[in-house]
Design a protein around this ligand. Structure first.
Ligand SMILES: C[S@@+](CC[C@H](N)C(=O)[O-])C[C@H]1O[C@@H](n2cnc3c(N)ncnc32)[C@H](O)[C@@H]1O
Length: 178
């Protein structure tokens, strides 16, 4: 038995590490710029407010929120290259004071200070992880704008259909308020 012990311990550690590793909640599929603008407008983002983009990709939502809406904008991105690319873009635009990207798992953050949260993630992730997390953490009055995939247990305050996103595809945006 002692001969097998290191292999057993190694196997158990590998399994535990797999369980602890952050899971991808959606592939990278960027929101077209025209739709980004509509998401932030629908969310009623105001200067000085705090917004989070959950899975921020190349940082386009965070950048527009800081640049055009003068919000305090934070993105969370798990992918190394997208994280690096978004940080470089923020630096090149001189937006470091108002736009930030956290390199990590969006499920391991606290959104208690959010005025607005934007979400473009897969339905399964929204149902099982993101919705329960935001239910627990969001302050009263905080808004959530979801792109294409709704929060099935919440009642939207507004639903906006975009017939053509400029790339020939239709989109649906959902606004929720806690
Ligand atoms: C559909 S894309 C949306 C990107 C951006 N929000 C937009 O609308 O353009 C989803 C993003 O979430 C990121 N992502 C997936 N799972 C994540 C996790 N657990 N923590 C942080 N980011 C994650 C992906 O790498 C990807 O960039």
């Amino acid at each position: 038995m002692t001969r097998w012990l290191p292999a057993v311990v190694f196997g158990l550690c590998a399994l535990a590490a797999q369980d602890l590793a952050p899971r991808s909640l959606a592939p990278y599929y960027p929101t077209p710029d025209t739709v980004v603008l509509k998401m932030l407008q629908l969310g009623g983002l105001k200067a000085g407010e705090k917004m989070f983009d959950l899975g921020s990709g190349d940082g386009r939502i965070v950048i527009l929120a800081a640049q055009k809406f003068h919000a305090e904008a934070v993105g969370i991105e798990i992918d190394n290259d997208l994280y690096r690319k978004s940080v470089e873009r923020i630096r090149s635009l001189g937006l470091e004071r108002s736009a930030h990207i956290v390199h990590g798992d969006l499920l391991a953050q606290n959104y208690g200070s959010a005025d607005l949260v934007t979400v473009y993630l897969l339905p399964d992730a929204i149902d099982n992880q993101v919705e329960p997390l935001l239910d627990r953490q969001l302050k009263k009055g905080a808004r959530v704008v979801a792109h294409d995939f709704e929060f099935r247990n919440w009642k939207p305050e507004k639903v906006e259909n975009i017939a053509d996103d400029g790339e020939g595809r239709s989109r649906t945006l959902y606004l929720y308020r806690k």
